[in-house]
Design a protein around this ligand. Structure first.
Ligand code: ADP
Ligand code: MG
Length: 361
């Protein structure tokens, strides 16, 4: 991989190990930035910000990244060039759209902020699970995009109290169809990942507890519903909330209002689980994401873990590392302390990355 003008990092060309890669450094040196650079090269976006401009090194006006990787078939390349106005994505040297670029290489990340998935807002959870499903399902990605467009238009009609318009009924029909597809896929995804999540959690952290993920939809109970039945339910809800929607001037029904819940031993993790349990739940979730990508795409994602040493106590850290040693994954870990692991090591100091070990003080 190589990158130019990425945050505080000195431009570099780096060759990674197919197994473990460790980045050691003190705080503020660029550990998160190097993981972010890998993530950006692979996906065309950041896990820290939605504003690409922030990634460009201070006082520079453009930034670029290039990565080559092997999938099941052959060697592939991805590159991005970015300045304050334009973005250019290339796949195997050919220009492509972001939509085409995204999802080519599969990446799963674990960053301290991920705890927000438990304690944060429903919107945060929705956008996480949507991105996860979209990563291995292009149709979902497209449906979601279309849905968001139609939602905006529907809201505009509601705001203008213009729902008697003939064109509106076409939009509403579209809204219902896309909403149903999204809900249907979410139900299926949560059902599958919840089983894997429980297995991973018990294997890694606590074999005596049961962990599950629940999808909560505005349509209410959805057990056994097919796509058409879901559409029916949505239409019922629209009918029921019609007047209220007109009064508020925006959509009160739809998957943009749904949420996801983690339950540990049947109790909601958000309110009942300890800090350590919450972190462990999220780590198990990320491992389950890896399993889901392997299952759905038959490809193994790379795994980025930021700041493992400050985040987990030593028992959990050991358990995680022992687990990772047993899996055939390419892993990138940043840490402030040495880890007991056979790996390719990099030292980061003021954005400069050097091969070699970190001297513990
Ligand atoms: N666009 C940028 N250009 C230059 N430096 C940046 C940019 N964005 C952030 N930084 C700086 O990069 C440094 C490293 O940040 P970070 O990667 O988060 O460090 P670490 O994870 O090692 O604690 C910080 O001091 C931050 O202020
Ligand atoms: Mg950091």
């Amino acid at each position: 991989m190589n990158y130019i003008n990425f945050r505080n990092l000195e431009d570099r060309n780096i060759q990674f190990s197919p197994r473990f890669n460790l980045f050691f450094g003190k705080n503020g040196q660029g550990k998160t930035s190097i993981l972010e650079a890998i993530y950006f090269s692979a996906t065309g976006k950041s896990f820290r910000t939605s504003k690409n401009i922030e990634l460009i090194k201070y006082n520079r006006d453009k930034m670029g990244s290039y990565i080559s990787y092997r999938d099941l078939i052959s060697e592939k390349t991805l590159s991005v060039k970015l300045d304050k106005k334009n973005k250019e994505y290339k796949y195997n040297g050919k220009k492509t759209s972001f939509d085409e670029f995204y999802g080519k290489m599969n990446v799963v990340t674990f960053i301290p902020e991920d705890i927000e998935l438990i304690v944060g807002s429903p919107a945060f959870r929705r956008s996480f699970f949507d991105a996860e499903i979209a990563q291995s399902n292009y149709e979902y990605f497209k449906n979601l995009k279309d849905f968001n467009k139609v939602l905006k238009i529907r809201n505009k009609y509601l705001k203008e109290k213009n729902t008697k318009d003939e064109v509106y009924s076409i939009y509403e029909d579209n809204f219902v169809k896309l909403a149903a597809k999204i809900i249907f896929k979410r139900i299926e995804y949560v059902k599958n990942i919840s089983i894997i999540l429980n297995l991973n959690y018990r294997k890694l952290f606590d074999s005596k507890k049961e962990l599950s993920l629940k999808y909560e939809s505005f349509i209410g109970e959805f057990k056994g519903l097919n796509l058409l039945k879901i559409e029916e339910k949505i239409r019922e809800k629209i009918e029921k909330f019609k007047l209220q929607e007109l009064r508020y001037g925006y959509s009160l029904v739809g998957p943009q209002r749904d949420d996801f819940k983690f339950l540990l031993n049947m109790k909601e993790a958000k309110s009942y689980s300890s800090q350590g349990e919450k972190k462990s739940i999220i780590f198990a979730l990320k491992l389950s994401e890896i399993d889901m990508v392997i299952k759905e795409k038959k490809e193994t994602p790379i795994f980025l873990i930021d700041d493992i040493s400050s985040y987990f106590d030593s028992i959990r850290k050991d358990s995680i590392i022992n687990y990772l040693k047993k899996r055939e994954l390419q892993v990138f870990i940043s840490s402030t302390t040495d880890l007991n692991i056979e790996s390719k090591n990099f030292r980061i100091d003021k954005g400069e990355i050097q091969d070699g070990h970190y001297e513990c003080e």
